[in-house]
Each structure stands twice: as structure tokens, then as C-alpha cells.
Write a protein that binds this ligand. Structure first.
Ligand code: NAD
Length: 353
């Protein structure tokens, strides 16, 4: 298992270090794991002038899977758009053709109070959002800012073809087959032709999955329903921009973005695995970041890319035990629990592993 490790910026190196410790334990216990580090994001800009240097591109192409911390920081905000750390993220998704983003939003019973919603609305929440990652308005051409009739005018293009829609629909239907067999596809077909096609193609694809019940919802309603009654959902599938927003909303139902992992997969389940949160510059270097999202991303990597279900469950159950032993980083702390730092949280996971 050849794994490229890209720690990135801000809290990235601190949280990735804890994920690597988990992999070291698995390696000691017999898994054949090889790690190689590379630069992505702001640290790559500092070292090479580019957020996604060629050498990193080669590294991730040669690897079987990629572990990423996070990229970005205020010191890079003034850079031109092409040189921003986030461009590195878009570049790596494109280079590896990672078109499917899987984001679970799970509320652990021990953390029910961390949600801002009433415990009865969110307790037992377990949603999977499947977001298309390489198309849509984020990549569509033409795009830009130009003078039109002497007015500065900004424009972007929302575009999907049927092949792009069909392949993400297959991923979502198959994810639903492994869960409660309910899929909700989210679009804005009442206004956007692009998403009318989305609805048509998802509906066509449903014929291959008679065991999954498919529903459709407009994105504005989906945003409301996620707050009103999130447990009505099992798997949701949507395009890049709607998925960006809805998956962040879903993650907040659980109370902490420090707890949630994600996977981005290509057609062969090669993947990039990362916590959903950013580089958190406000807490970087203070040993306070929650490393559990990163550690749970390692579990997703073992499950989705390497088919090591047993190792994945071993990690997830270690995380669950740490929570029931009341260890908490600041973001999920409540009175009566034990406040620990990033490294100490890693220690606790290792002990349970
Ligand atoms: P963020 O996720 O970095 O932080 C939002 C808030 O959550 C902050 O208060 C932060 O301290 C807290 N937080 C985040 N992760 C945490 C953790 N593991 N433990 C405890 N608290 C945590 O989002 P932001 O502040 O909007 O963005 C900061 C930078 O990260 C920006 O440059 C942004 O572009 C970048 N970013 C990168 C990614 C990525 O690499 N995938 C994703 C989102 C944002």
C-alpha cells in the first residue's frame, strides 16, 4: 500500500502526524504500508512557487492512495487565483480524476450535545453525502471578469454532460445499496437546465438499481430539510457547488467539523482521504486541533481503496472508545469530560488501537 502523505498548511502537519502514528501501528501489526511525503498548497507555494508542483503530481499518480491534511492560510489570500493553495486542491482532484466525494455525517451518541440542534432531531444521525467533484460551475468555461458595456461583469458556467452525471449516480446508488437503500438526488431543475439534465440522467440510472428508492429534492428545500428533519435522509447525491454547501451544512448538524472524514475516489477506488475541515490557521501550532477526522479518514482509506474492512473497523472502534472514555479536544469539550490536546488525543487512540 503506497500512500502519499501531504500534510499541507496550518494544522495540517499536526493532525497528519496523528494519522501517520495510526498507520505505523498497523504496519507494525503486519500491513505492508509505505509512506512518502510531498508538498501541496501554501507550503508548496513557499518552496516552489506553485501550489501543486510537478513532483507532487508524480508522487500522487504513483501512489495507491493519498492522505491530505489541509491547505490554505491568510498569508496566501493576496496571491493570484492560480497560485492560491486551494488551486492545488482542485489540481490534485483533476489530475487523479477524483470525481466522487463521499462525506459521511455521523453523530456519535457521546457528542449529541455538541450539535446546536435538539438532541432528538440529530441523535443517531447517519447521512452520506455524495458530491460530484470535477465538474459543474467550479470548472465550467467560459469564466472570468470582464468589461461589458463599461460595467465590470463576472461570469461562470454551470455545465455537466450525461457521462459525468451517470458515473456519480452509480457511485451514489451503490453507496445506498450498502446502507438503507434510500437515495435523494438534489438539483435546481426549476431554474437551471443543467440540473434538469442531472435529474433526467439520475432517473434513468435508477433503472439499474430497483432495490434503491430514489427521490428528488430542490436544493433550497434540501438545505431546509437538513435542519428540520435530517434523519429522513440516507444517501444524498448532488453536483459540485450544491454538494460543497450541503455537505458543510450536514457536517455542522454533528457539532464538530473536527470529527468528520471524507473520501474522494476515482473509477478504480484510488482515493484522496482528508478531514473535511480546513487548515484552521487560528489554532495552528497550538496542539489543540482535533485529529479524529484525520484518523477516521485513514479508516476510510483502508476501507475504500485497500479493502481492509477489519483494519478500518479497528480504527473506528478505537475512536469510539476514546469518546466513551470522555477524552475531548477543545472543539468537542463539555463540562465533565477530559480536555486533551492533539498529541494526547492521538495517544488515547493508539492505546485503544
Ligand atoms: P476551517 O475549517 O479551517 O476552520 C473553521 C473553524 O473550525 C475554525 O474556527 C477552526 O479553528 C475550527 N477547526 C477546523 N478544524 C478543526 C479541528 N481539526 N479541530 C478543532 N477545530 C477545528 O475553515 P476556514 O477558517 O474557513 O478556512 C481556513 C483555511 O483553510 C482557508 O485558507 C481555507 O481556504 C482553507 N480550507 C482548506 C480546505 C482543505 O484543505 N480541504 C477546506 C476548507 C478550507
Amino acid at each position: 500500500m503506497k500512500i502519499a502523505v501531504l500534510a499541507g498548511d496550518g494544522i495540517g502537519p499536526e493532525i497528519i502526524a496523528q494519522g501517520v502514528r495510526v498507520l505505523d501501528v498497523l504496519r507494525r501489526d503486519g500491513l505492508k504500508i509505505e509512506l512518502e511525503s510531498g508538498l501541496l498548497g501554501g507550503c508548496a507555494v513557499d518552496a516552489t512557487g506553485e501550489p501543486f508542483p510537478d513532483v507532487t503530481c508524480q508522487l500522487v499518480k504513483d501512489a495507491d492512495a493519498v492522505m491530505l491534511g489541509a491547505v490554505g492560510g491568510p498569508q496566501y489570500d493576496a496571491l493570484s487565483r492560480e497560485n492560491r493553495p486551494e488551486r492545488g486542491l482542485l489540481g490534485i482532484r483533476k489530475a487523479l480524476n477524483l470525481f466522487a466525494n463521499l462525506r459521511p455525517a455521523i453523530l456519535y451518541p457521546e457528542l449529541a450535545n455538541a450539535s446546536t440542534l435538539k438532541p432528538e432531531v440529530v441523535a443517531g444521525l447517519d447521512i452520506m453525502i455524495v458530491r460530484e467533484l470535477t465538474g459543474d460551475i467550479y470548472f465550467g468555461e467560459p469564466r472570468g471578469i470582464e468589461l461589458r458595456d463599461n460595467l465590470r461583469t463576472g461570469f461562470n458556467t454551470m455545465v455537466y454532460n450525461e457521462v459525468e452525471i451517470r458515473r456519480i449516480a452509480h457511485v451514489a446508488f451503490q453507496a445506498a445499496q450498502k446502507r438503507d437503500r434510500k437515495l435523494c438526488s438534489v438539483d435546481k431543475m426549476n431554474v437551471l437546465e443543467c440540473t434538469q439534465l442531472w435529474r433526467d440522467v439520475v432517473t434513468e440510472t435508477a433503472k439499474d438499481y430497483p432495490d434503491v428508492s430514489l427521490s428528488h429534492m430542490l436544493v433550497d428545500n434540501a438545505a431546509m430539510q437538513l435542519i428540520r428533519d435530517p434523519k429522513q435522509f440516507d444517501v444524498m447525491v448532488t453536483g459540485n457547488i450544491f454538494g460543497d454547501i450541503l455537505s458543510d451544512e450536514a457536517s455542522m448538524l454533528t457539532g464538530s467539523i473536527g470529527m468528520l472524514p471524507s473520501a474522494s475516489l476515482d473509477e478504480n477506488n484510488k482515493g484522496l482521504f482528508e478531514p473535511i475541515h480546513g487548515s484552521a490557521p487560528d489554532i495552528a501550532g497550538k496542539n489543540v486541533a482535533n485529529p479524529l477526522a484525520t484518523i477516521l479518514s485513514v479508516a476510510m482509506m483502508l476501507r475504500y481503496t485497500f479493502n481492509q474492512e477489519e483494519a478500518a473497523l479497528r480504527i473506528e472502534s478505537a475512536v469510539q472508545k476514546v469518546l466513551s472514555q470522555k477524552y475531548r479536544t477543545g472543539d468537542i469539550f463539555e463540562p465533565g469530560t477530559i480536555l486533551v490536546g492533539t498529541v494526547e488525543m492521538g495517544d488515547a487512540v493508539l492505546k485503544n488501537l
